[in-house]
Design a protein around this ligand. Structure first.
Ligand code: M6R
Length: 619
């Protein structure tokens, strides 16, 4: 949700910023802009509505910009439409201060009215622009020795809401300053150059040495590195970390879309999530554990909070957590969690699942949980992000960067990580014996191979997708862990192909949604293994017959050897045999491919679907 890069060093800032924006464009693509401070102290800006390519076109017609201090922004619009005027950077009345922003300044209307009363001319509809004018006031009101960082500190004291702000000032040509509160910001430390960015992908081509920045902090970046202070001006320390993937991971690697690459990477991503999780004594190992085993033993209830695809991973986890630990487990959409005042105390374990580690709804949910004394364990894919930092323990999914807006490989990583947490809880609480935990882990470790096998036979799904490209709607049905898989299949189709799609528990259909069935309507059914919960299997075969009898085109996902479904299936998609709780790791794959291929057949950009952004840092 808005991508930000700031740079100070020896290279042309416009080039560094554009390269960073290319990697950050997945965060928002409504408009893009750039600001560079030239060595003579003049501030130059350019911005354009639409994708980054529009800005690149303008810059190609511009004379070379010599400045080596600058910043760039790619926007996901919140306040004001995606126009040139609302694109960042925003400047003050003097044209010497430029600001880019990710987040929402909640009190901007009051601040804007105050600024306008004082004679400032505001040129956009954004919440961001007020910051440029407030900095202008802070600089002019203060002693001439006051720095741009001091001015930003004063202004942050007046802002409500969430923000990452990056500021360049013509009076400080060798410095870029930034502030963060509840919005992402990482520092890249190069050789004689420093980067500020929404995530490490923006500077990974230059350095893998990064610094995590805490909440409510100001960063002053120069070529030599950074100085960090809190909003009161007290010096603070960042947490250094090394980025354990390189620039090739953030490139398409010969695939036309990142999503296709990321789908194909799933066997490796899953194997990486599982790698090294078993200790010598057969126990499960988390990454950063600031909770004792006793804390886990004291847990009497589990909440899982997450959004979108991560929420679906949580719904799958519920079945395993309750089955293995015998603890009650509730799964909540993070955006609803704190508003319904859930019953939490120090014996509650809240598991927060987030690929980006920056989803503001999830972050606010865990803050609320910790205020109520609950323990928080994060499952996250992004090292250096906020949610792990604000949690008591973390398990990284280690799937590598995911650039396509639609989550694919990280969903598999999240499901696997949740299963590991379930086993970990069962182990420390003594509900499962070591050999039982080990047997489950051994089954999990077979899954990357089965994922690979499933992807190797996925070609017919692409052909089927092309046939379905003109369908008006698609329904997805599942039972048990197949129900969240159905929800995930429907979400993928909505976000990528802009088609009406719904996921239902198959048994619920007859209570209303069956009225939607009309001749030819595609209905995808995720069938549980006949060898596992056989009652479920029999029931869903009846459900397939019910929709088929009403004319639906039934697309059945069933494991190898399940012949019971054959008479009622218009199409069968086979997946390998797996234990019931692990089946989502393979049954989800055809649904990802189906949605992706339908979208491609409809001529859509599957990496950057309309209205969306990869990382949602507003509530
Ligand atoms: O970064 P997160 O995992 O917290 O993101 C949560 C959702 O916004 C995300 O899963 C979203 O639903 C995806 N676009 C789905 O493909």
């Amino acid at each position: 949700m808005c991508g930000i890069i700031g740079y100070v060093g020896g290279k042309p800032a416009v080039e560094v910023a554009l390269e960073g924006l290319r990697r950050l464009e997945y965060r928002g693509y409504d408009s893009a802009g750039i600001a560079v401070v030239d060595p003579d102290g003049s501030l130059r800006t350019r911005r354009r509505a639409g994708k980054l390519a529009n800005l690149e076109k303008v810059l190609a017609e511009t004379d070379g910009w010599a400045g080596t201090t600058g910043m760039g922004h790619t926007r996901w619009a919140t306040h004001g439409g995606p126009t040139d005027a609302n694109a960042h950077p925003h400047v003050d009345c003097t044209g010497t201060v430029a600001v880019i922003h990710n987040g929402i300044i909640e009190n901007f209307a009051a601040l804007r009215a105050e600024l306008e009363r004082a004679g400032h001319q505001l040129a956009s509809e954004t919440d961001t622009e007020v910051v440029a004018h407030l900095i202008e006031d802070a600089l002019s009101a203060a002693e001439p020795t006051v720095t741009i960082a001091d001015a930003l500190r004063v202004v942050c004291g007046r802002l409500e809401g969430a923000f990452t702000l990056v500021v360049t000032h013509s009076g400080s040509p060798d410095t870029v300053v930034a502030a963060r509160r509840n919005s992402p910001l990482v520092v890249g430390l190069g050789d004689g150059e420093t980067f500020l960015a929404s995530d490490v992908s923006a500077f990974i081509a230059h350095t893998r040495a990064a610094l995590e920045i805490g909440q409510n902090q100001i960063v002053e970046a120069t070529r030599a590195g950074v100085t960090l202070t809190d909003f009161a001006g007290t010096p603070v320390e960042g947490r250094p970390f090394h980025v354990d993937w390189d620039v090739s991971a953030a490139e398409k690697g010969g695939f036309p879309y990142f999503m296709l690459k990321e789908i194909s990477e799933q066997p490796t991503a899953l194997a990486d999530t599982l790698r090294g999780r078993l200790s010598d004594d057969g126990g499960i190992v988390l990454d950063e554990e600031r909770l004792s085993e006793q804390d886990f033993r004291d847990v009497d209830k589990v909440f899982i909070v997450a959004c979108g695809t991560a929420y679906h991973a949580g719904l799958i986890a519920k079945y395993a957590v309750e089955h293995w630990t015998r603890l009650p487990c509730e799964v909540e959409m993070a955006s609803e969690f704190r508003y319904r005042d859930p019953v939490l105390d120090r014996s509650t374990l809240v598991i927060a699942i987030s690929q980006s580690g920056e989803t503001l709804d999830t972050l606010m949910a865990i803050k609320h949980a910790r205020e109520q004394k609950a323990r928080v364990l994060a499952i996250c894919n992004t090292n250096g992000s906020t949610i792990p930092r604000e949690s008591d323990a973390v398990l990284y999914t280690r799937c590598g960067p995911e650039v396509g807006v639609a989550a694919t490989k990280t969903f598999l990583g999240q499901v696997a990580a949740c299963l590991l947490v379930g086993l970990f809880l069962a182990q420390v609480r003594g509900v499962l014996y070591g050999d039982e935990v080990g047997a489950n882990v051994a089954m999990l470790q077979q899954m990357p191979g089965l994922v690979e096998q499933t992807l190797a036979t996925i070609e017919p799904v692409r052909a089927l997708a092309r046939e379905l490209a003109d369908a008006k709607a698609v329904l997805f049905l599942g039972r048990h862990v197949g129900y969240p898989v159905a929800l995930e299949g429907a979400l993928k189709l909505k976000e990528l192909a802009y088609m009406h799609a719904e996921g239902f528990p198959a048994g619920e259909l007859k209570h209303g949604p069956i009225a939607l069935i009309e001749p030819g309507l595609p209905v995808v059914v995720i069938v549980p293994s006949p060898r596992g919960r056989s009652v479920l299997h029999g029931k869903i075969v009846s459900n397939i017959q019910e929709v088929r009898a009403r004319g639906a085109r039934t697309i059945v996902i069933a494991e190898e050897g399940d012949t019971d479904v054959e008479p009622y299936a218009s199409h069968i998609i086979r997946v390998p045999r797996t234990p019931t709780l692990l089946a989502p790791l393979v049954t989800t794959l055809p649904l990802q491919v189906l949605a992706c291929e339908i979208a491609l057949a409809r001529g859509l950009d599957v990496d950057q679907p309309r209205n969306l952004a990869k990382s949602v840092t507003v509530e």
